[in-house]
Design a protein around this ligand. Structure first.
Ligand code: SAH
Length: 272
């Protein structure tokens, strides 16, 4: 076996390395930047200082989400604006932040989920098509059943005039209160820990009622707390699966329509 011939390529023996001619040195700023990784680490940390990890870029990410929803057919401008401004990533666990602006439902703990933005947007747009919302250009007094993480309540604060949101699971009620602490200061939001199947009589009637959990039927309390001209949007369990149901309180009484199939968590009675 003979050894390979000495190579003029790599690895280069030290004896073959020529000292660089002084004039051929590259400019100092491209040659030595030992501090660069440190600067990048500091930038990374600053981005993560907002619990998001999305940092200053999140407005642009939300705009892209809104563009996709618009392209998908969502046309209700106030709803699109609210979706563009509410920071969904602040309402989910930090591990889920990278998915916060994808059109997916996400777990929020205790077996519950936050609906995907397209479904939230669709339901809110349906509320806007109710008689009194069309007339006034806002959702009026609004009742939400199922506060969950508080994301939809934050959207409702921008779209309604007074929001009551009821949650039956205390840990979620408390978490939502934390998520909404800052936003609440400027607006009229009441978070209630209780059984939303009873609605919330102290502030009834409501111009808009929206539920993020579906039962076998619409609770009577919701229907009796719906103001004239008001609209209710909620999932209801049918033999073939859940459907989204819209009920309008018209001068002729309550008129309901059944829309597409949906998948929401179950509406349960009592608190836990
Ligand atoms: N709008 C929420 C979605 C939450 S998921 C959000 O943006 O995060 C639906 C929620 O409805 C769950 O948190 C569940 O606990 C709650 N829920 C189910 N039955 C309920 C009831 N009877 N009263 C109040 N909340 C209820």
């Amino acid at each position: 076996m003979s050894s390979p011939p000495p190579s003029s390529r790599f690895p280069l023996g030290l004896d073959r390395v020529q000292p660089r001619a002084a004039g051929a040195r590259p400019a100092a700023d491209t040659l030595l930047r030992p501090q660069r990784p440190l600067q990048q680490a500091a930038d990374d940390q600053a981005r993560q200082a907002t619990p998001s990890g999305l940092g200053l870029d999140s407005a642009a990410v939300r705009q892209r989400m809104v563009q996709r929803l618009r392209a998908g057919g969502l046309q209700c401008e106030p709803v699109l604006q609210a979706l563009a401004s509410v920071e969904r990533h602040r309402f989910v666990d930090s591990a889920l932040v990278p998915q916060a602006y994808e059109d997916t439902s996400l777990p929020i703990g205790l077996g519950q989920t936050i609906s995907k933005p397209s479904v939230v947007g669709w339901m809110l747009a349906l509320l806007f098509e109710g008689a009194s919302a069309r007339q006034r250009g806002h959702l009026g007094r609004t009742l939400e059943i199922g506060t969950g993480c508080g994301y939809q309540a934050a959207l409702l604060m921008q779209l309604a005039r007074g929001v009551v949101s009821v949650e039956r699971l205390q840990p979620l009620h408390e978490r939502a209160a934390g998520h909404l602490a800052e936003l609440r200061r400027g607006g009229d939001l009441r978070l209630v820990f209780g059984d939303g199947m009873l609605g919330h009589a102290p502030r009834a009637p409501y111009d808009s009622i929206i539920a993020a959990a579906g039962g076998e039927q619409l609770p009577a309390a919701w229907l009796s707390q719906l103001a004239p001209g008001g609209r209710l949007v909620a999932p209801v369990q049918r033999a073939q699966g859940q459907r989204l149901v819209v009920v309008d309180h018209t001068p002729q009484g309550l008129v309901s329509q059944e829309l597409e199939a949906v998948q929401f968590v179950p509406l349960k009675s009592g608190v836990a």
